[in-house]
Ligand binder design. Structure first.
Ligand SMILES: [Zn+2]
Length: 260
């Protein structure tokens, strides 16, 4: 045994000596080397690295165009470049998880202090609001989810949570407004439609949009209620106070703005 150890040690010494001669300083290997473990509201665990100054600059430039397609693409690129978990497909992230993921990225890249301008609804003056993003509450995905929504005696639907890949499919339709996007997200979350003749689960996106466009409003509300009941993500609702007239108002944070 001692003999073997001796040999190994001398080997190590040799390698070290050789290394010393060839190693040249390279600052690149010390840049953005820290990784952070995060757990999303759905329970998915990821390893992230912070957004670099260059990525942020690119993001800020590309969102100036302001179409929802371009904003989504810029966000998609920024998120995917910071996920370091191997074999993880960003397309499989739930839309409900995305604000939490952006929040975590923001915290590790720029810290928790978030400031934004708020225009008072009563007196019209601007206030600078400071939020500590470390205090944002996470709403976990419920343990039990009932995917079936009964619409009437004939129709029921099976619902599913929407993923980034579904949103990409919707955006490819060329939507222009946030409202159109939200309506289509409800449509695409319908996984199958159950009729007295049987279940229909080979629905195209067009079928789903046709379906949600052609049901009465109370039925449509049952679909949005399903999303509310089983919602997970982060709590974006805040109370903001006007610095001038002290009026308090409800305000909803938008994860898309966390990097400004
Ligand atoms: Zn005011």
């Amino acid at each position: 045994m001692p003999k073997v150890q001796m040999v190994e040690q001398s080997k190590i010494k040799k390698t070290k000596a050789v290394k010393k001669e060839v190693v040249k300083p390279d600052f690149r290997k010390y840049l953005n080397v820290y990784e952070f473990d995060v757990k999303l509201p759905s329970g998915i665990k990821l390893k992230l690295k912070p957004i670099t100054a260059g990525q942020l600059k690119k993001f800020m430039t590309s969102i100036k165009s302001e179409t929802i397609q371009e904003l989504s693409k810029a966000m998609y690129e920024m998120i995917s470049s910071s996920i370091v978990t191997e074999d993880f497909d960003i397309n499989d992230i739930f839309l409900n998880d995305r604000p939490a993921l952006i929040l975590e990225l923001r915290k590790i890249s720029k810290g928790t202090v978030f400031q934004f301008e708020y225009k008072c609804t009563k007196c019209g003056s601007q206030s600078l609001i400071t939020e500590d993003l470390g205090d944002v509450k996470i709403i976990k995905m419920p343990d039990k989810i009932n995917p079936i929504v009964e619409l009437d005696d004939n129709l029921s639907v099976q619902m599913d949570f929407v993923k980034i890949k579904d949103e990409q499919e919707i955006l490819d339709l060329g939507l222009e407004t946030e409202t159109e996007l939200l309506l289509s997200i409800i449509a695409i979350s319908v996984k199958s439609i159950m009729t007295p003749e049987g279940d229909q689960d080979d629905l195209s996106l067009e079928d789903k949009i046709f379906f949600t466009d052609n049901i009465p409003q109370p039925m449509y509300e049952k679909l949005t209620q399903w999303h509310d009941e089983f919602h997970f993500g982060i709590d974006m609702k805040r109370k903001v106070k006007c610095m001038h007239c002290k009026e308090e108002s409800d305000f909803t944070l938008d994860a898309d703005n966390f990097f400004f």
